[in-house]
Design a protein around this ligand. Sequence first.
Ligand code: AMP
Length: 191
Amino acid sequence: MINIVIFGPPGAGKGTQSEKLLAQYNLVHISTGDLFRAHIKNATALGVEAKSYMDKGELVPDSVTIGMLKAKVQENPEANGFIFDGFPRTTPQAEALDQLLTSLNTSISACLSLQVPDEELVKRLLERGKTSGRPDDANEEVIKNRLAVYMRETNPLKEYYATQNKLAEIHGVGTIEEIFGRLCEAIDKHA
Ligand code: AMP
């Protein structure tokens, strides 16, 4: 199995690149952000809870997020591998993911970290907000909070994967194809 964590701040291009990677490597794409947005659309209890955090740019609590992620992995027993997009975002999430994969006799192959300067991220997110319909993309204050939460809670996970020799830092500015090429090169090295 190839199991990839696509990592980086909001607006780094994780979703765009995941779509290309899943086709190239025949992987199941799991985006926790997309799963939460589907719950919100369907007005489930989980969606109502998640929305109260998402609209402020805060993280949804680990217990909720980890449970949802586990269920999604378990729905795909025949998968050739997974791309985890927007998960893990905290150390307990990374530990839970490792435990889950170990129980399935597999592990993370690589964590690909997209590097993009903050000014570029804010620009991309505000641009995306014009068409995405996402309330958390439309408000600059919320965007800034998402970036601050990323720096505080999520960025330290690079160290978690670096100590396992699984971290690849990828320059995330350029054309979609250029960045995709860099990601594929890193996967082919690690997987
Ligand atoms: P994203 O689509 O990845 O940008 O996620 C949008 C929002 O969903 C985030 O700002 C969080 O509020 C929530 N979210 C997504 N993934 C997670 C996660 N792994 N842990 C906690 N909250 C998450």
